[in-house]
Each structure stands twice: as C-alpha cells, then as structure tokens.
Design a protein around this ligand. Structure first.
Ligand SMILES: [Cu+2]
Length: 367
C-alpha cells in the first residue's frame, strides 16, 4: 500500500513543480522564487500549531493518519503470546473466576485518525486553532483456553469508531525576526469522544460476552487537558528548521473514574526547499507519558489493555516528509503534504503492543 501512496505523492510533487516552471516563461526563475509561496513555510504535516497567520487570515486543514501495531513489548523487549499467558499476572486475579495470569493477547491493532482543523488570526500576534478528530480502531486478539497453559482457544476482533476529542488552542507570538521565530501554544482538550464503547469478546471459558472495551479502544480521553507548549522556527536560505515542546495535563479525572496521566512531547525537524513548491523534511519526535491514573470499574478482563499500569512509557520516531504547494491559477496556495514515521525506540510501562510505522497525509488552504 505504501508503495502506491508514495508513487502518488511523487506524481503530485512532479506535476506541481512542472507547473511552477512552465508558468509565465517571461519571468526569471529568481523572480518566481521571490513571489512564490514556499512549501517549507509550514512545518512537516504532523506538527500541529507550528505557524501563526496574518491578521484576518483563515486556514482549513484536513489530515488523515494510519497507524498499526503488531506483537507485544515488555519494557523495551519483545514478548511472545505464550510468555504473556504464562508469566504476566492478571491484575484482576483476586476476583472470582479470574485466572492468575493474562489469557487474552492482542495480536494486531490498526487505527486511523482524521483531523479537521481550522485556524483564524484575529491579530498578527494571535492565532486561534480548533480541531475535530474522528478515529477508528480495530484490534485482533487471541484467547487462550482455560485458567493456564498455552493452548489457543480462538481469535476474535473488536472495533470502535466515531468522534474523538476536539482541541482548541491559541498561538501567541513571542519574538519574530527573519531568521528566528518563537510562539507559545496554549491548548485545551475537549472530551467529546465516547468512553463506554462495548464489544463482543471471547472468554477463556469459551463464552462470547458483550463487555466494555479496554481503555485503548475507547474514542476519547474523557478529560479537559491543558496543553501548554512552545514552538521555534528558524530559516536560512533553502534550509528551515524548528522545534516544539508540548505538555498534556489532565485537569481532573473523567466520568468513569480515571485519567490518561501527564504526557510530554518534544519534536525537532529540518526541511530543505528543493524548489519553491516542494520541500522535504526529516523529523525526530519523542513522547513520554504516564500510566493511566484510577480505573473504570467496568473494564475488567484477563488482557493487558484492561490494566491501567500497562499504559504510557517513552517512545520516539523518525519521520520523512514532503510539503507541496500550488503556485498558480486554481491551485495557488493549496498545500498537500505527507509524513511517514518509523519507531526508533520504545520503552513501555508493563506490557503493551509494539508500534509499527505510521503515515499521515494532509491538505491545507489559507485564505
Ligand atoms: Cu495555518
């Protein structure tokens, strides 16, 4: 699939650059460089709130992300399904009819997220941003037979989809020179996503039961989170670079009695402008998050994802991206971008699924 997507993206890039060069043969290339909209005036597409707008300007954006997870990690080491069901304690073993170890193992998870964004600048010093998110999640799991041993009983899958949390933020200009730009990000998570999604699961006793799905399958965080951060952008010739640090601080526990804990994200990137309408990027991201605080009393099963201690940890990614921006006629100012992420390191709390690669596409248009 990725191969096709990349060919498509390259085709886009090629047609956009061709257009920029063919346009108005009277103009020198230098002139076009001066009047064109630089592709690298926005950060790689996965960075949110990287730029401010001019007073009165609006921007709409649409991003689509796909990510997948396969297999499991304990800390930073791979752990097999057989090892999980024989060695990892079940957090609910004190409850009646509960096995001493985990008996259900997640094998694969696919997730997509669609983000619809809007920006508006009431002044040159201040840009507002709102984002609506939609998610869909699919997980395949294997259930092991009875209270112990390594005999698989069967497989099942669960899925959820719908509206996730929304975000509101204010971007406040600090200092802006031609080379260095700094701004503050003040974000707020609005808990619109559902926390009580159900699904049918296969139990180790070979029963199909409908129950509340674990935390990672729910659609939202359920809390108002304060998300303060700071963003830096630098520019020299055909090179741009930047960095952003963000925190997420839940203000209270949610209606089901838990919160996702604090998290911090740090990212830094570099972009190279190949031609005015096309830039390529390399980015490093690091995220560290707490385990879940508290718990939802309806989430109870011999599976790692039902235990709040199996959430959070440290993860980092490298990503490769491209930004393309139309230069003339009907496509002027229309941006298309993509970013492809590869996990570099993972050190998870407890036992969690192993992240695979991620891909994000985006479209942006300012007016
Ligand atoms: Cu914008």
């Amino acid at each position: 699939m990725f191969k096709n997507i990349f060919s498509l993206a390259l085709l886009f890039c090629a047609s956009f650059s061709a257009q920029a060069h063919n346009d108005s043969p009277d103009h020198s290339k230098k002139h076009q460089q001066n009047t064109g909209i630089r592709a690298d005036s926005h950060a790689p597409i996965g960075v949110m709130g990287d730029h401010l707008h001019k007073q009165g300007e609006w921007m709409i954006s649409l991003r689509h992300m796909t990510m997948s997870m396969q297999g499991n990690l304990q800390g930073s080491d791979e752990i097999s399904a057989d090892d999980i069901v024989t060695s990892v304690p079940n957090a609910f073993s004190a409850m009646p009819n509960m096995p001493p170890t985990l008996r259900v193992v997640p094998q694969k998870m696919d997730m997509t997220m669609t983000m619809l964004g809007m920006m508006y600048a009431p002044s040159n010093k201040f840009t507002l941003m709102a984002m609506l998110n939609f998610v869909s999640k699919d997980m395949n799991l294997t259930t092991y037979q009875g209270m112990m041993g390594t005999n698989p009983l069967g497989e099942f899958s669960t899925s959820t989809s719908g509206l996730s949390d929304a975000k509101l933020s204010a971007l406040i200009k600090l200092s802006h020179s031609d080379t260095h730009k700094w701004h503050l990000n003040l974000g707020l998570n609005l808990p619109l996503g559902s926390l009580d999604e159900d699904g049918e699961v296969l139990t180790p006793m070979n029963m199909r039961m409908n129950m509340r799905l674990p935390y990672s399958m729910q659609l939202g965080r359920g809390t108002y989170d304060l998300e303060p951060g700071v963003t830096y952008n630098g520019k020299s010739g055909k090179l741009t670079w930047g960095a952003q640090a963000m925190l997420a601080l839940p203000l209270d526990e949610n209606d089901e009695g838990y919160d996702w804990g604090k998290s911090q994200k740090l990212t830094t990137w570099m972009q190279y402008l190949i031609t005015t309408p096309l830039s390529v990027s390399l980015r490093y991201s690091f995220e560290s998050s707490d385990e879940i605080n508290g718990r939802d009393s309806e989430i109870m099963a011999p599976v790692q994802t039902a235990d709040p201690a199996n959430y959070g940890g440290d993860r980092s990614w490298l990503s490769f991206g491209a930004n393309v921006v139309g230069q003339n006629a009907g496509l002027r100012g229309h941006r298309f971008a993509l970013e492809y992420f590869i996990p570099v390191s993972q050190k998870v709390n407890g036992v969690q699924m192993d992240m695979d690669d991620m891909l994000m596409f985006g479209y942006q248009y300012a007016f």
